[in-house]
Write a protein that binds this ligand. Sequence first.
Ligand code: HEC
Ligand code: HEC
Length: 264
Amino acid sequence: MEVPLRIRTLLVMLAGASLAVAQTANSQATPAGRAAGEKIFRSHCASCHGVAGAGGTGPNLTTGVFYHGNTDADLYKNISQGIEGTAMPDQFFNGVQIWQIVAYVRSLSATPVRTKLPGNAAHGAELFRAKGCSGCHLVKGEGGVRGPDLSIIGSQRSAAHLRESITDPGKNVSNAYWVAKVITKDGKSHSGFLLNQDTYAIQMLDFAEGLRTVNRSDFNDFGIDRSSIMPAYQDKLGASELDDLVAFLASLERSRFAQSGEKK
Ligand code: HEC
Ligand code: HEC
């Protein structure tokens, strides 16, 4: 179909305008701006991304690869608004402060921290099945659902965090994996992940029976266990097996197609 000239001109103008916005230089990309950004990073980001930005429960930010968007505008949005559906929170800073953080985060790629992992990922993949991990965890559509889906965990966490998750799972259990234990008045006991609770009822994902709502008036006893249902593997894996599992998990990265730079 022939696009009328007026509209075509308008489209070209619009494309030019958005390009101009995207290319506006970050006025805080100065030594002082970066230093201010580093201060905020240490107090508000380092707990998840590591003091040097090399990762923890959040990803390594030094590699220069930002899966959720590589432009300054993407970074601004992801840092100020958080990333929906992930553990990346939104932040209550003013615009100048956010640009200072963006400038600091950008500067991290100048000295990428890439840890060479000692393990053998292919052998780790075999262990993942042999040691029962796949009984609870999905990887690329295969496995159980009692633990989190690990299909892209290598893009979401540092190798050090992955290692600790295996040896000491109880250390850092998100509330989505706290286990509710209920004994109803008829003497039956149920356990499962707690999904919701209000004054009248709780909703749980019963390990045996799936989604279940139990009225509070029907319980005798209700408790929440904040430890992990994942067994600790500290003494169940040899050192090289642990290395291999970590190498396997670290290799489970988001597809590069998820990078907004390539999508557009
Ligand atoms: C509670 C932990 C937590 C805190 C605090 C946190 N982040 Fe994150 N952040 C994450 C996680 C987890 C992800 C990965 C989201 C995903 O891809 O699943 C992430 C992702 C990101 C990304 C996107 C990476 C990409 O590949 O596109 C950036 C940039 C980022 N964080 C910067 C920051 C900055 C800057 C701060 C502080 C102002 C901060 N984060 C605070 C956990 C956190
Ligand atoms: C009985 C079910 C079960 C088994 C078996 C199990 N896990 Fe888990 N796993 C979980 C649950 C539930 C969580 C979330 C709670 C937590 O952090 O401990 C989890 C968390 C994790 C995490 C952290 C994920 C994140 O979001 O940071 C990793 C990594 C992991 N498991 C790897 C493994 C590996 C490797 C094995 C096998 C050696 C294994 N799991 C065996 C249930 C299990």
